[in-house]
Ligand binder design. Structure first.
Ligand code: ADP
Ligand code: TRP
Length: 320
């Protein structure tokens, strides 16, 4: 099976991104042919400052490698290194009905949150379809919020086949990561960079500690048992090593342990879970040539599949 997924470099990576997406990408490497890319063209729909975008792209590339996406097992590349992607997007655009895109929740949500509805935002699912179809992916691991974009991708592929009377694309299936818990943010809502409630993975240690110490808690006194509904319990549950899970349960169920003590533990566990990746990230950040070389090689390997496919697309349409 061919697996493909992309991440937008539209903000600093946070622990929700890791547990909700990247951890699964790493596991899938052992079972499938995987393609993972930095969706930098997609990020332009929200980040429109080059000084901000550039470091976000290089940080995401370094993060992919630091977490263990492995160029010897996966093809890792940057969307903008593959000129055929926007070319395919154009062919797909001409078989995509306006109505299909008008029905997309993600577009409607972003507009209702006050984003200016530019054409890029509207056409976003067509670019995503091009990403997916261009390597003939079978499986696309994504969060629930992206499910509709996968349906749109299949519809667009079907429209292309119906228009040109030839089947050039495989129809991809979403791999919805249902079992993945939604990681809560500092304030109890879903952790998301658009809520400003994240804990960054690669930020300075001091700042992370401060974020963890600022997780919202209630006023239950130290000696009393504590409710488990809040973010602190859920985050601690995710990070606590097996040997400390019992301590954590006791801290909440029996009372006698203050929220501050639990937060300090959480910070220690965070460093245990991400310490190695943070070390690798530091090293990779100081050797950008190494990261660039991985991306260049990934683009070349991806294009070995893409170039012949695009030849079929151009022939099917009559452009060649
Ligand atoms: P954000 O909400 O911070 O903008 P994105 O929408 O860019 O994050 O998400 C990138 C990936 O990370 C997606 O696959 C998404 O499902 C996953 N993800 C983001 N936030 C969380 C979270 N709080 N819990 C679990 N997964 C998450
Ligand atoms: N839209 C996806 C997100 O916000 C990122 C993305 C772009 C993607 N192209 C893709 C995901 C192709 C999977 C396949 O998370």
């Amino acid at each position: 099976m061919r697996v493909l997924s992309g991440v937008q470099p539209s903000g600093k990576l946070h622990i929700g991104n890791y547990f909700g997406a990247i951890r699964q990408f790493i596991e899938l490497q052992d079972q499938h042919d995987c393609f993972y890319f930095l969706a930098d063209y997609h990020a332009l729909t929200t980040v429109q400052d080059p000084q901000i975008l550039r470091p976000l792209v290089s940080d995401l590339a370094a993060a992919f490698l630091a977490f263990g996406l492995d160029p010897s097992r996966s093809i890792i590349y940057r969307q903008s290194d593959i000129p055929e992607i926007p070319e395919l997007m154009w062919y797909l655009s001409t078989v995509t009905s306006m109505g299909l895109l008008q029905r997309c929740h993600s577009f409607k949500d972003k507009v209702s949150q006050g984003m200016v509805p530019n054409h890029g935002l509207f056409a976003y699912p067509v670019l995503m379809a091009a990403d997916i179809l261009i390597v003939n992916s079978d499986l696309v691991p994504v969060g629930k919020d992206q499910k509709q974009h996968l349906e749109v991708t299949r519809d667009i592929a079907g429209a292309f086949h119906a228009t040109y009377g030839t089947e050039v694309f495989r129809l991809p299936k979403p791999m919805i990561l249902e079992k993945v818990a939604v990681v809560p943010g500092l304030d109890g809502r879903k952790m998301s960079k658009s809520y400003g409630n994240t804990i960054e993975i690669f930020g300075p240690e001091k700042a992370i500690r401060k974020r963890i110490m600022s997780i919202k808690t209630d006023s239950t006194p130290v000696e009393e048992p504590k409710p488990k509904e809040g973010s602190l319990y859920q985050l601690a549950k995710v990070f606590a090593p097996d040997g400390e899970q019992a301590w954590l349960e006791k801290a909440f169920d029996e009372g006698g342990t203050g929220y501050g003590t639990i937060k300090k533990k959480l910070f220690e566990w965070f460093l245990e879970v991400f310490g190695d990746a943070r070390g690798r990230f530091e090293k990779l950040s100081s050797s950008p040539e190494e990261v660039e070389a991985v991306l260049a090689d990934g683009a070349q390997r991806a294009r070995e599949i893409i170039v012949p496919l695009m030849d079929s697309v151009r022939r099917a349409t009559g452009i060649r």
